[in-house]
Design a protein around this ligand. Structure first.
Ligand code: SF4
Ligand code: SF4
Ligand code: SF4
Length: 290
């Protein structure tokens, strides 16, 4: 199967937040306690991603000829090709992993030790640690749906087709074409975000106005100097966790951390139940569609 990408067209989005709801529903994520005007001067709610909010509609305001314009951007993991979160993850094998077929990035909940290195390293503020579970939580790319022939929940639910998901090459080409159309239709600053960042993101945006309006960095550098200390600190935490759990480094070297953590009883029975429930739901949906 070819590499995949998410595609988001800000000129089609109506900020209905169906994607936010669908993500919570599919991933069994509870609601947040929110406040009106949580973000000063805006309707963005909740104010940021969190361990229980993996996709969020961001609201940006700009004044054009005395009128306030609302501009939207769907925020979730960019599934970067150069992924700082994978680079710094200290667990062996990595708890932060790239899906071998789709190219998206997700956390193996069995392996994660909740050290928070990925949180510190991510240039987009995406992962968040659930300190109760000691696990990093973020968008999974819905690999559990895609592997069962379904669209990611957010893409499936989007009523205007602002969110799409599919072949990376095709959607990169579509984004280029759409920017051309928008420019011809009177949006001279329309641009595409993603193909030029971190060796090509697996989540790209078509944006009708300038990048700065969306508080997105045009240049995201792969800064080794910044990642190295995060990595070192995380490796120390990992060694401490192994000592705490009574797992010798020799057993890690022999059986890998997955064997070692399983032996130390870290894998929760609840995770299996969750996987079973999801597989059942996936089968039901596939039947509905056939
Ligand atoms: S791909 Fe899945 S996990 Fe990621 S934002 Fe969409 S619904 Fe949520
Ligand atoms: S956006 Fe952050 S969490 Fe997602 S792949 Fe990139 S570095 Fe990792
Ligand atoms: S919290 Fe630590 S162990 Fe878990 S995915 Fe992030 S870097 Fe890896």
């Amino acid at each position: 199967m070819a590499e995949h990408t998410f595609y988001y067209d800000g000129s089609l989005c109506i900020a209905c937040r169906s994607c936010q709801v669908a993500c919570k529903q599919w991933n069994y994520l509870p609601g947040e306690k929110t406040e009106f005007f949580a973000k000063e001067g805006g309707y963005q709610n909740p104010s940021d991603l969190s361990p229980i909010t993996w996709t969020l509609m961001k609201f940006h305001e700009q004044e054009t000829q005395g009128e306030v314009e609302w501009l939207f951007r769907r925020h979730h993991c960019f599934h970067c090709t150069q992924a700082a979160c994978i680079e710094v993850c200290p667990v062996e094998p990595k708890a932060m992993i790239r899906h071998p077929e789709f190219g998206t990035v997700h956390v193996d909940q069995n392996l994660c030790i909740g050290c928070g290195a990925c949180v510190e390293a991510c240039p987009y503020g995406v992962p968040h640690v659930n300190y109760e579970l000691e696990k990093s939580r973020k968008c999974t790319g819905c690999y559990d749906r895609v592997a069962n022939g379904m669209l990611p929940a957010c893409a499936k639910t989007c009523p205007t087709k602002a969110i799409r998901y599919g072949d990376k090459g095709e959607l990169y080409a579509l984004a280029k074409q759409r920017v051309k159309e928008l420019r011809q239709a009177g949006w001279p600053d329309a641009n595409v975000y993603g193909p030029d960042q971190l060796d090509g993101l697996h989540s790209i945006y078509v944006l009708p106005v300038k990048l700065e309006t969306y508080e997105l960095p045009a240049k995201v550098e792969w800064e080794y100097g910044r990642l190295e200390p995060i990595k070192r600190k995380a490796q120390e935490k990992y060694a401490a966790v192994l000592r705490e759990r009574g797992v010798g480094l020799a057993s890690v070297a022999g059986g890998g951390i997955s064997g070692a953590l399983v032996a130390s009883g870290v894998v929760a029975a609840g995770l299996k139940k969750l996987a079973d429930r999801k597989a059942a739901r996936a089968r039901e949906e596939a039947e509905e569609q056939s």
